[in-house]
Write a protein that binds this ligand. Structure first.
Ligand code: ZN
Length: 242
């Protein structure tokens, strides 16, 4: 079975549509969304509706959480706060209700899916250092945990003796006895200096995880952000992926 796992759409409809069109042609069996459907971009309703149509497991992200008025926004920077308040005004009731009802985690036999970290899904920890990645390996029992949140993709592999290192092979082979923490990157606001949308395909029969990068119409997404009156930096950063 081929499972597409994607995260951090951030109301970027142009990126989401490009990714979903690609996946449709890639004969994907199932989809899993790791949250942050909204926040930053200009199309929160359209993106939420696209994800709802997939009828797939979705976990909540921190921008979904605050976008529907849950939790505290004081820890966000000014740009993010502006976008959050704008998003709250835009979201239709039915889309807000959908986001509000999302769980923090989704478990299957071989993997766990969570937006930020398996250690404390509701605390929105950024897993960006080796120390935090290794520590998080102790906080799930499945073979693989898929995360998003930092918008920076990586494959962490733990060998049967418990030694962990980044595996830079793509596709990544899922080996018996080994365990993995996989950041799937961001569809709508990549931050690894590559503006292309990121997502993974997990082939459970071949035991392979492939990180894909896909170009989309960045110019159109930027225009919509500016037309909406959102902070111009949110449009600029899409250009080079930071
Ligand atoms: Zn995000």
């Amino acid at each position: 079975m081929k499972i597409a796992i994607f995260s951090d759409i951030h109301a970027n409809l142009e990126a989401l549509q490009a990714v979903l069109a690609f996946l449709k042609d890639a004969s994907i069996d199932r989809y899993i969304c790791l949250g942050d459907i909204v926040g930053y971009g200009a199309s929160p309703n359209e993106c939420t509706e696209e994800v709802r149509k997939l009828n797939c497991p979705v976990v909540i992200g921190n921008h979904d959480y605050v976008g529907v008025g849950m939790g505290d926004i004081s820890y966000f920077n000014m740009t993010a706060k502006t976008a959050i308040l704008w998003t709250r005004n835009q979201l239709k009731a039915e889309n807000a209700d959908f986001l509000k009802a999302l769980p923090f985690t989704h478990k299957e036999n071989s993997f766990l899916a969570v937006h930020a970290s398996p250690q404390s899904p509701e605390k929105w920890e950024y897993v960006i250092t080796m120390d935090s990645a290794l520590n998080n390996m102790n906080h799930f029992s499945e073979q693989i945990c898929f995360i998003g949140h930092s918008h920076i993709p990586f494959f962490l592999e733990l060998d049967p003796e418990g030694n962990g290192e980044l595996n830079r092979n793509n596709p990544l082979e899922i080996k018996d006895g080994y365990r993995y923490l996989i950041n799937v990157g961001s569809v709508g606001q990549p931050r690894d200096n590559n503006p292309k949308s990121a997502f993974v395909i997990y082939d459970t029969d071949e035991k392979m995880v492939t990180l894909k990068r896909l170009a989309y119409d960045v110019g159109k997404a930027q225009e919509k952000i500016i037309e909406a009156g959102l902070p111009v930096q949110l449009a600029q950063r899409l250009q080079s992926g930071y």
